[in-house]
Design a protein around this ligand. Structure first.
Ligand code: NAP
Length: 270
C-alpha cells in the first residue's frame, strides 16, 4: 500500500549536507506506513550557511513535527534549539529535534540511548555492571551519559588523549554527581562489559582499541563500529569465548527512540 499525502499529513525531515546517503527516510517511513500514520519524513539538503534560516522557517510550519539531524549539523542545531537535554548540552550536539505546537524546538542526543537500547534488545542489562569504555569523543560521550543514566556500577574510561577522559568525567559529574567514573588504563581486567567507542576497527591496519591479552570468557565485549560487522576486537573476543555485541543495534535502536521523542505514536496521529 502506498501512502497518500493529503492536507492532514504531518511532516518530519532529516537535515544533512550531503543528504543522498542517509537511510533514515526509508527506515522511519516504513514504520510510519506500517502503523498507518498520516506522516512522512523527507530528506532536506541544507548547507551550513543556510542552517539558521532553515531552522527558523521550520518553527513556523504548523504541521511540522520534528527533525532528525546528522553530519555536519549536530553541533550547530544544538545551539539553535530553545531547549536541549542535559546530555545534549554537555555533549554539545543533538541528533533529533521535536517541534512543540508553539514552534519551540527541543533537542536531544539519542546515540547513547540507542547503544543502551541495543544492548538491552540483545539481553544485556547495563544496570549494576562495571563497564570499561575505550574512547572519549562524540559517540563515547553520548554512550557514557546513557550508561550513567542506566545505572552502571562503575565506568572506566580509557582514551589515547588522556585529558579528554578528565573532561568527560567532569561533564558526567555535573549530571550524575555520584557516578563512579575513573580514568582507566588500556587493560579492561575486572570489568563486566568492555566497549569500543573509538573509531578504531574500521580499517584492517587499525590497532586494537584496548589491550585484550587477558580477556576472560565471562566478559561481554561490545562494538560501535558497524563496518566491518566483526572487527578485529570482536574476533579476538569471540576466539576467547566472550559474548559479543555488534555495532549495528546502536543505530537500528534509534529509529524507535526518534519516533518516541518526536511524539509520533499511533494514538496522536490519524
Ligand atoms: P570522534 O569524536 O572523532 O572520536 C574518536 C575517538 O576515537 C576518540 O576517542 C579518539 O581518541 C579515538 N581514536 C581515533 N583514532 C585513534 C587512534 N588512531 N588511536 C587511538 N584512538 C583513536 O568520533 P565519534 O563521533 O565519537 O565516532 C567514533 C566512531 O563511532 C566512528 O567510527 C563512527 O562511525 C562510530 N559511530 C557509530 C554509531 C553507531 O550507531 N553504531 C554512532 C555514532 C558513531 P582521541 O581523543 O585521542 O583523538
Amino acid at each position: 500500500m502506498t501512502m497518500e499525502i493529503d492536507g492532514k499529513t504531518r511532516l518530519y525531515a532529516i537535515v544533512a549536507d550531503p543528504v543522498e546517503q542517509v537511510k533514515t527516510p526509508q527506515t522511519i517511513n516504513a514504520i510510519l506506513q506500517a502503523r498507518g500514520l498520516n506522516s512522512v519524513l523527507v530528506p532536506t539538503h541544507v548547507a551550513p550557511q543556510d542552517l539558521a534560516d532553515y531552522f527558523k522557517a521550520l518553527r513556523g510550519i504548523k504541521n511540522f513535527g520534528g527533525l532528525v539531524v546528522t553530519v555536519p549539523h549536530k553541533q550547530a542545531i544544538a545551539r539553535l534549539c530553545d531547549e536541549v537535554s542535559d546530555a545534549a548540552r554537555l555533549i554539545g550536539a543533538v541528533n533529533v529535534v521535536r517541534r512543540e505546537p508553539d514552534g519551540r524546538m527541543v533537542g536531544e542526543i539519542l546515540d547513547g540511548k540507542g547503544f543502551v537500547a541495543g544492548l538491552r534488545s540483545h539481553g544485556i542489562e547495563p544496570k549494576g555492571l562495571k563497564v570499561f569504555m575505550a574512547g572519549a569523543g562524540g559517540a563515547a560521550s553520548a554512550i557514557a551519559f546513557a550508561l550513567a543514566e542506566a545505572g552502571v556500577a562503575t565506568l572506566g574510561v580509557y582514551n589515547r588523549t588522556a585529558q579528554k577522559v578528565n573532561d568527560l568525567s567532569s561533564r558526567l559529574h555535573q549530571v550524575f554527581p555520584d557516578l563512579n567514573v575513573q580514568a582507566a588504563g588500556p587493560r579492561p581486567d575486572g570489568f563486566d562489559l568492555v566497549v569500543n567507542a573509538t573509531s578504531l576497527g574500521m580499517k584492517d591496519s587499525d590497532a586494537l582499541p584496548m589491550d585484550l591479552d587477558d580477556l576472560l570468557p565471562t566478559q561481554v565485549v561490545a562494538e560501535i563500529i558497524m563496518k566491518p560487522e566483526t572487527t578485529a576486537m570482536l574476533k579476538h573476543a569471540q576466539d576467547r569465548g566472550c559474548k559479543v555485541h555488534f555495532g549495528l543495534p546502536m543505530l537500528s535502536s534509534q529509529a524507535e527512540l526518534m519516533l518516541e521523542f518526536m511524539g509520533i505514536s499511533e494514538s496522536n496521529h490519524g
